[in-house]
Design a protein around this ligand. Structure first.
Ligand SMILES: Nc1ncnc2c1ncn2[C@@H]1O[C@H](COP(=O)(O)OP(=O)(O)OP(=O)(O)O)[C@@H](O)[C@H]1O
Ligand SMILES: [Mg+2]
Length: 378
């Protein structure tokens, strides 16, 4: 297969193909091995690290007898919308002319959804207007259909934490029972770490993820990412030195989405050679564009909350936010005040709690651009 040549090799919101994807070899092999061995995986990571990208990447490498179906349920609010997306993902993954496609269309017709076609892409979508009981029945029928296919099927459900907010009771328990009965279909559940982790620990009676292998996606290796960026620029006859690529990666905290976005801008505005001044100008520009949103966030916070966020931004990571050294260095007042502010910042997800390789916890600003902006602001 010829890889398509894109104008900018640094996507920040889509997956362009294996030629534009850096590393993740170990993670891909592990995921493929799980799939082949019938083990469902729960993929967790910080926001914007590359979960969705990894799923698409793995789908391009599935062994022949496997078929991948990808469903992003972020925008669903109930089980009925889940059914609509699942059915639509399957009709899009199985061409109507293929034999499983024909069978699926037959099944669908018997369930009587409304079929419409996306005005832009022409992709078919299904929607059902039915009672909750019928919804469960239809999901069950669709899962059974997948189970009976000759191909082995992997269904990736992205933003899975969303099902916890459906109004129907026990959706996850019901879905888990259904899913665990399947032998021919393997699942990848992917979602933001914060929500899935808290669900895991706060509700032991809902051990959805215990029946899957949990895989945490970390940041990319800095050196490998550096070489990747250098080689991408070279491919398009542009130049960036290893050192400058490293500076860009560090500015973006090796956080994939932010690195990609910065590289995308720098690539677009470079004709030949990236200089320290030129990448910094682009980084500055990116912060300027986000500024209106950051102003709103800052106004939303009390002074102690903002002072704490700014202090964490300046430190990068903070192990002990109530430690004396930290409190004194940034004049943050008492540890009780800081604890209160921290709680609010965590609940807004402006600050997140993370764990290093040794299991020690630390705090950092969730959004890298907000961190860079806050550390410079007054
Ligand atoms: N290994 C990689 N090499 C190059 N680009 C990558 C890599 N991983 C992810 N990306 C790109 O970075 C961007 C952000 O990644 P992605 O959307 O996969 O993150 P995510 O963890 O799913 O984010 P979210 O939490 O918002 O769902 C995408 O354009 C994606 O294609
Ligand atoms: Mg995603």
């Amino acid at each position: 297969m010829r890889t398509k040549h894109f104008e900018n090799p640094f996507p920040a919101t889509t997956y362009l193909g294996p030629g534009y994807f850096c590393d993740r070899e170990e993670e891909s092999s592990r995921l493929i091995s799980n799939i082949q061995n019938g083990i469902s995986t729960t993929l967790i990571a910080l926001r914007r690290i590359g979960k969705t990208g990894l799923i698409h990447h793995v789908f391009t490498q599935l062994p022949r007898e496997w078929k991948g179906i990808y469903v992003d349920i972020l925008e669903t609010e109930n089980l009925n919308q889940f059914l609509n997306l699942l059915a639509s993902a399957i009709i899009q993954a199985m061409p109507e002319k293929s034999s499983p496609g024909k069978q699926f269309w037959n099944l669908l017709r018997s369930l009587r959804p409304l079929i419409s076609y996306d005005a832009l892409t022409g992709a078919p979508t299904a929607s059902f207007e039915i009672s909750p009981k019928e919804t469960e029945h239809n999901i069950y029928a669709i899962l059974q259909f997948l189970e009976q296919q000759e191909n082995k099927i992997v269904v990736a459900i992205d933003e899975f934490q969303q099902i916890a907010s459906y109004p129907e009771k026990n959706t996850d328990a019901w879905l888990r029972t259904r899913i665990q009965q399947l032998k021919n279909v393997v699942f990848v559940f992917s979602g933001s770490q914060q929500h899935i982790m808290s669900d895991l620990f706060s509700s032991p009676q809902r051990p959805f993820f215990r029946s899957t292998q949990i895989m945490k996606l970390d940041k990319l290796n800095r050196e490998v990412y550096c070489q990747f960026i250098v080689s991408m620029f070279n491919k398009y006859k542009k130049n960036v030195s290893n050192e400058i690529a490293g500076q860009m990666i560090d500015w973006a905290n090796i956080h994939t989405f932010y690195v990609q976005l910065l590289c995308n801008r720098v690539f677009a505005t470079t004709t030949r050679e990236v200089t320290m001044a030129s990448w910094k100008q682009q980084a500055h520009q990116l912060l300027r564009e986000q500024e209106p949103v950051f102003f709103i966030m800052r106004n939303m916070l009390t002074r102690p909350q903002w002072q704490l966020l700014k202090a964490i931004a300046q430190e990068g990571i903070v192990l002990q936010p109530t430690g004396k050294t930290f409190l004194n260095r940034y004049h943050l007042g008492t540890s009780a005040t800081v604890l209160r502010s921290l709680k609010t910042l965590l609940s807004y997800e402006l600050i997140i709690k993370e764990f290093d390789a040794n299991g020690a916890s630390f705090y950092c600003v969730n959004d890298v651009f907000l961190q860079r902006w806050a550390e410079l602001s007054h």
